[in-house]
Design a binder for this molecule. Structure first.
Ligand code: ADP
Ligand code: MG
Length: 361
């Protein structure tokens, strides 16, 4: 395998179940050591993609290449891949150590080698004190770690994780997210992770593949998806946003001039996107909209009235009515002191061109 060979290549995969199309046509490469997340609503094809990579499902057409070799027709146990499921699928009648040893025994590894590997992994994952416990005697977070340890034991080239944190409560979930990310960094393993939770995807991933109805909507870093969403679906699914639509009046490099009910706004398109014309939609994140007493110097500025305030603890969300724009309302996050100080008088709102992402469609 050359240095540039991806760990996984998904090459033209399609999958239907009866008349239901689960995957339309999927093409993507995953590089060694990446933490890639498939993010999308329930039913969009995330698990099907993972199951096809793992060998639990056959695609209708297309190929899966693992470390350069076509494994499309190989069963799971003949692929150098392992999977962690949401319900952990630990054997309840086996101890932690026996659970972890299971895959190694199947591979025919000898006892001394198994013991050495388990000792090493249990120390690494801080499970050494739990070797003789049964899954029922562990907390949710510990069970999750055992499931991960079991999947890592045979040293797979690729680890597939299908909503592995779904069963944990919110607080524990945040903690296990950090833990999992740190384990991925320290082992330098390639993780392909599935979640429908956008915060989880943003926190953990090097790269996010946003899926919808069996297709990829966008594939990029968390920052790219958040600040330069390709389309409405991504803009609304990843984080909260303001969407405005107006007529394209011109361009200057990647800057796009948009007329929004008579206001000349400056936005920014992704470098690879074609220049938009006709009507275009743009996304402005709530924390990028600033509130001002006087007209601000930002590329975009318009008058508004505060018609609602929501206290959110560390910040406030303001509902801003823009009379000029046919009564459109925008939302903005401001710090609580600013939010409290604002009264009924008209305010100026402003944002720079870089903060206004003109969408592809
Ligand atoms: P996700 O994991 O994103 O929620 P899935 O990959 O599980 O989505 O499912 C994608 C689509 O394929 C859904 O419409 C689902 O109902 C359908 N599907 C998945 N597995 C099967 C199956 N074994 N039999 C029939 N339909 C299936
Ligand atoms: Mg699923």
């Amino acid at each position: 395998m050359s240095r540039d060979t991806p760990i996984v290549r998904v090459d033209g995969i399609k999958k239907t179940f009866g008349s239901a199309v689960a995957l339309r046509e999927l093409n993507l490469d995953i590089a060694e050591g990446e933490f890639v997340t498939f993010l999308g609503p329930s039913g969009c094809g995330k698990s099907t993609t993972l199951r096809i990579m793992g060998g639990f499902e056959r695609p209708d057409t297309g190929r899966i290449l693992l470390e350069g070799a076509d494994v499309t027709r190989l069963p799971p146990d003949r692929r150098n891949v392992n999977m962690v499921f949401q319900d952990y699928a630990l054997f309840p009648h086996m101890t932690v150590r026996q659970n972890m040893a299971f895959g190694l025994e199947l591979k025919g590894m000898g006892r001394p080698a198994i013991d050495a590997r388990l000792d090493e992994l249990m120390a690494f994952l801080e499970l050494s004190d739990y070797g003789d416990r049964y899954p029922g005697q562990l907390s949710g977070g510990q069970r999750q770690r055992v499931a991960l340890a079991r999947a890592l034991a045979p040293d797979p080239a690729l680890l597939l994780l299908d909503e592995p944190l779904g069963a944990l409560d919110a607080k524990l979930r945040g903690q296990v997210q950090q833990e999992l990310k740190s384990i991925q960094r320290r082992t330098d393993k390639t993780f392909v992770f599935v979640t429908h939770d956008q915060d989880e995807a943003l926190t953990m991933s090097d790269r996010i593949v946003v899926m919808n109805a069996g297709s990829v909507e966008q594939d990029g870093t968390p920052e790219e998806l958040y600040y330069h969403p390709a389309n409405r679906f991504v803009a609304q699914f990843v984080g909260e946003t303001n969407l405005i639509s107006g007529e394209v009046k011109g361009q200057d490099g990647e800057e796009v001039l948009i007329d929004w009910y008579g206001a000349a706004l400056r936005g920014h398109r992704r470098p690879d996107d074609p220049h938009p014309d006709g009507m275009a939609t743009a996304s402005i994140r709530l924390e990028r909209v600033g509130l001002h007493r006087e007209k601000p110097e930002t590329a975009n500025a318009i008058q508004a009235r505060v018609v609602g305030k929501t206290f959110l603890g560390s910040r406030m969300m303001m509902d801003l009515l823009v009379e000029q724009a046919a009564g459109a309302t925008l939302k903005a996050y401001v710090d609580t002191a600013t939010g409290n100080a604002v009264g009924d008088a008209p305010v100026w709102i402003g944002w720079d061109a870089e903060s206004m992402a003109v969408l592809r469609d």
